[in-house]
Design a protein around this ligand. Sequence first.
Ligand code: C5P
Length: 138
Amino acid sequence: MTADAQTKLVLVVACALIDADGRVLLAQRPEGKSLAGLWEFPGGKVEPGERPEQTLIRELAEELGVVVEEPCLAPLTFASHRYETFHLLMPLYVCRRWTGIVTGREGQATRWVRPAALRDHPMPPADEPLIAHLVALL
Ligand code: C5P
């Protein structure tokens, strides 16, 4: 899967927050968004001038009330998926240390999921291949 000259490239960054029991945080895309109802690793679009780590720090605070320090973000892998109208490139980071209480600030449901149960949560097609990398790590 490669982006061609006609395809818009969208850069999104995602993070697997991992708790002390080795569970992974998933967030459900809310009604009104594309792919509503599917579960995803939290994150968001990289804005112009941002580094992916800065995006994650901003998005995790805005969406979930989670405070992350940059050295706690470790890159794991990335997704590359061609949707109908754009090509998505999405690095996945893992983070085991943060502060704050996870709260779906945009009305989204959140769930701590054991690695073996990740595949029971329907995900956007770009996210699905990331699960194997995460399970191998955990
Ligand atoms: O989250 P947002 O809607 O800004 O993301 C832009 C697009 O990237 C979504 O419409 C979706 O197709 C894709 N996406 C994805 N997996 C994610 C986040 C976004 O496939 N975890």
